[in-house]
Ligand binder design. Structure first.
Ligand SMILES: Cc1ncc(COP(=O)(O)O)c(C=O)c1O
Length: 388
């Protein structure tokens, strides 16, 4: 087979740390071992019925079969603005301050192409969602990693960012409720980010994929609730987690109109928008009955309580999360994150080692609550039975 010299940018990809674990997992599955996968953050619950019905109706209409408007259907953008007003009290101009995305990952991955040139820096949280760094590298930039430490509530310490990095920085990524640490941020933190960004001339990109998955009545804030946030930033949002729609590929970016226009300029040269039938289903999701979200939270709450208690009983140290469907847990003494993952895999339990999200994640592991209660209970039994 002919092979082809790959572009330099692919050589810049950070090493994939889960190769060995993936290999072992595949090998065990092939042998018929019963594996409980707590590694993947992909909801196991189905998309609510009324959203599926909306798609079915829309797809029957041939008008939806054509190329969509690049930036999103006016009705979809209006629905997003209405949802933002009701949920966060934030006003958005649907025409200039909303952009439909093929999932928030797509928007996050394209953003640096619009705002990062070779030699520029993105400020990137670590541990964190890997796309912020990789997209920066693909655009020819470099990441300055902001460590998220437990002592600081897993918020970046803005005062610790060196002047030199801040001067070269064009973009800052933040993400709350956070993947992988499950930490949350309040508006006072966002206010400090706005001040920092304004002073340094940085575009803030807040990834808000998990704001709707929150427990015990807690309601996470939007970055755009901070005073002056729209002057300095945008927010990425997604229907994936809120409505169990990861496979549908629909999300949106909102906020600063200049940044929205820049991202839109890249996108209009790369993709041709979100399938209109999916956007119409998205409108039903955003403006329809929200009791489905409450139901989903009810399911995750039971799972969270079961896992937090079970893991604490087994001697693990962890905070019970206020939001997101992740648990971020300390590895027991004498183990690295990778060694613990390998050991638990031998018992048929897949977890994600924290160092896979960046170096300060070493010493932690992540569990996703995207398995049924019975499977989670079984995972706890196996973990308890493991001599660690
Ligand atoms: C922090 C974070 N941001 C963004 C995404 C992307 O979600 P989507 O592209 O499905 O909207 C994910 C998915 O796991 C995520 O964890």
């Amino acid at each position: 087979m002919t092979t082809f010299e790959r572009a330099e940018r692919l050589g810049k990809l950070p090493p994939y740390l889960f190769k060995e674990i993936d290999r072992k997992k595949t090998e065990m599955k092939a042998k018929g071992v019963d594996i409980i996968d707590l590694g993947i953050g992909d909801p196991d619950l189905p998309t609510p019925r009324h959203i599926i019905e909306a798609l079915k109706e829309a797809v029957e209409n041939p008008a939806t079969h054509r190329y969509p408007a690049y930036a999103g259907m006016p009705a979809f953008k209006k629905a997003v603005a209405q949802w933002y007003k009701e949920r966060f009290g934030v006003d958005l101009d649907p025409e200039k301050e909303v952009l439909a995305l093929i999932g928030s990952k797509e928007g996050i991955a394209h953003l640096p192409l619009a705002f990062i040139s070779p030699g520029d820096i993105s400020l990137v949280p670590t541990p964190g969602y890997p796309v912020y760094n990789v997209a920066t590298l693909f655009a020819g930039g470099a990441s300055y990693f902001m460590p998220l430490l437990r002592d600081n509530g897993f918020l970046p310490d803005l005062s610790a960012i060196p002047d030199d990095a801040a001067k070269r920085a064009k973009v800052m990524f933040i993400n709350y409720p956070n993947n992988p640490t499950a930490a949350v941020a309040e508006v006072d933190f966002f206010n400090r980010v706005v001040e920092f960004a304004r002073e340094k001339g940085i575009l803030v990109c807040h990834d808000a994929a998990y704001t709707e998955i929150a427990y015990d009545g807690y309601r996470p804030s939007s970055f755009l609730e901070a005073e002056g946030a729209k002057d300095v930033g945008i927010e990425f949002h997604s229907l994936s987690k809120t409505y169990n729609m990861t496979g549908w590929r629909v999300g949106f970016a909102v906020g600063n109109s200049d940044a929205i226009e820049g991202l839109g300029a890249i996108k209009s040269n790369v993709d041709s928008g979100v399938f209109e039938a999916v956007q119409m289903a998205g409108i039903r999701a955003l403006l329809g009955d929200q009791s489905c979200v409450k139901d989903v939270i009810g399911v995750y709450t039971e799972r969270r309580d079961l896992m937090v208690q079970g893991l604490r009983d087994a001697g693990f140290e962890l905070d019970s999360p206020k939001a997101s469907f992740y648990l971020w847990i300390k590895v027991p003494e004498g183990y690295t994150s990778a060694r613990l993952a390998t050991r638990l895999l031998e018992e048929g339990v897949v977890i994600t080692p924290g160092n896979g999200f960046g170096e300060p994640g070493e010493g932690y592991f992540r569990i996703a609550l995207t398995q049924k209660k019975e499977r989670l209970a079984e995972a706890i039994q196996r973990i308890k039975a493991t001599k660690l």
